[in-house]
Design a protein around this ligand. Structure first.
Ligand SMILES: Nc1ncnc2c1ncn2[C@@H]1O[C@H](COP(=O)(O)OP(=O)(O)O)[C@@H](O)[C@H]1O
Ligand SMILES: [Mg+2]
Length: 405
């Protein structure tokens, strides 16, 4: 367990205005500052008009054709309340249900706008493109050799942009950043795909809360899964869980090519690719075969991680793939007991590196227990509306603003 060097984890304490740990008698409301307290107010400067629970209660009143309601049928995704505005996605399992839900969407909008203090409601009804997934086991031949492809990087039909999330070292938060960014972009109304291309440590099914495997009714194409408004496929679905993967480069490259060409991604504004760490075959194949819009590099501020991040940046520039920016993850640790801020892996190193290389610095993401717990629970923190979710929202809007997603 991580102990804060300031308060040594002793409750009850609370951070004082001067930054020191103050003591409070037992029983007082002792919520940690900074990371949690009135997150919405601090970030938007306004109070939330309704609570999440009020909103869910209202949506429970909105009946669906099944005889249930929007909440009991588990159709609501990416719920967001900001001041007087409410946004969420109604996710139907197929196009037929989506058609039936159109009047339900309208009813939900009316109900939400009827809530005191709510001025705008943005409710998007989505369904996966392509036929509804059948529950057949996938019959995917894995690790075949890549097919020769004429010419350089190709654009993938239906996919407007590809963003690769890369790092030099493993364990720095690539998958966490990928899943949260995917959710944050979906919350902004983008059609987002997420491809988990880390054959050695696929983590997106867990982080995105997916238990089933994709189906392949015809044995040729793969129907991806849907979670939190994001279309998801993992290269890990193609191997047996808990078996070590021993694939040679060409098999890996073939598998990646299958992921890009045989998965029915549908029309996407952006496909995020969560890469394995380092500068290996997957990165090379991806940038040589597919037109990658750009790469996001995730690093901790630690010297060893930065050293490897430099190699990844160098690889992308050799491959002529633009580096969209650097992200410093696990930047600071804010003690949940007293609010004291510690820099476990150093601080500012990634920003300095970005300055040195002349690439954008896209932000610092603190080390936060909530982020880890949310990832483990399959509910990325960006789904909520606290400060971490806002940090991802900011990153998503920055990419959209730059035309990158
Ligand atoms: N900002 C963060 N705060 C706390 N835990 C984090 C943070 N970012 C990542 N983690 C955790 O660190 C571990 C490694 O992260 P992961 O995203 O799997 O890294 P990578 O994909 O680079 O190997 C995971 O358990 C994840 O939940
Ligand atoms: Mg990973």
């Amino acid at each position: 367990m991580l102990l804060c060097s300031n308060c040594m984890g002793h409750r009850p304490r609370i951070q004082q205005r001067d930054g020191s740990c103050g003591k409070f008698p037992d029983g007082l409301a002792l919520w940690p500052l900074r990371a949690h307290l009135h997150a919405e107010e601090r970030h938007t400067g306004e109070k939330m008009a309704v609570s999440r629970e009020d909103l869910l209660d209202t949506l429970r009143q909105v009946k669906t054709p099944s005889g249930g309601n929007l909440v009991s049928d588990d159709l609501v995704r990416a719920l967001q309340i900001q001041g007087d505005s409410v946004k969420f996605v109604i996710e139907a399992s197929d196009a037929a249900l989506a058609n039936q839900l159109a009047p339900v969407r309208d009813a939900a909008e009316k109900a939400v706008l009827g809530l005191p203090g709510i001025a705008t409601a943005s409710i998007v009804l989505t369904a996966p493109s392509g036929p509804a997934p059948k529950q057949e086991p996938p019959s995917l031949k894995v690790g075949r050799h890549p097919e020769p492809q004429a010419g350089g990087p190709a654009k993938i039909a239906g996919i407007d942009r590809i963003i690769a999330v890369a790092s030099g070292k493993g364990g720095v938060g690539k998958s966490t950043v990928s899943s949260n960014l995917a959710v944050a972009l979906a919350k902004e109304g983008r059609r987002v795909g997420l491809l988990d291309a880390d054959i050695y440590g696929p983590s997106q099914p867990k982080m995105m809360g997916i238990q089933k495997r994709p189906s392949s009714p015809d044995g040729k194409t793969i129907i991806p899964l849907q979670s939190h408004g994001v279309t998801l496929m993992s290269i890990g679905f193609m191997v047996e869980p808990e078996k070590a993967v021993v694939w040679r480069g060409p098999m890996l490259m073939g598998a990646l090519q299958q992921m890009l060409s045989q998965v029915q991604w549908g029309d996407l504004d952006v496909l995020i690719i969560d890469l394995p760490p380092g500068t290996g075959d997957v990165q090379l194949t991806l940038c040589q075969k597919a037109a990658v819009t750009g790469a996001l590099i995730v690093s901790t501020p630690q010297d060893v991680a930065l050293l490897d991040a430099r190699k990844a940046i160098d690889m992308f520039s050799t491959l002529k793939t633009p580096v969209l920016g650097l992200i410093e993850n696990m930047s600071t640790y804010v003690c949940p007991e007293c609010g004291h801020e510690a820099h476990l892996f150093g601080h500012g190193g990634v920003r300095d590196e970005a300055d040195r290389l002349g690439v954008p610095f896209l932000g610092e993401l603190p080390l936060s227990l909530d982020v880890r717990l949310a990832g483990d629970a399959g509910q990325p923190i960006a789904l909520g509306d606290g400060p971490m979710a806002e940090a991802y929202g900011h990153l998503a809007r920055r990419l959209i603003g730059g035309g990158m997603s």
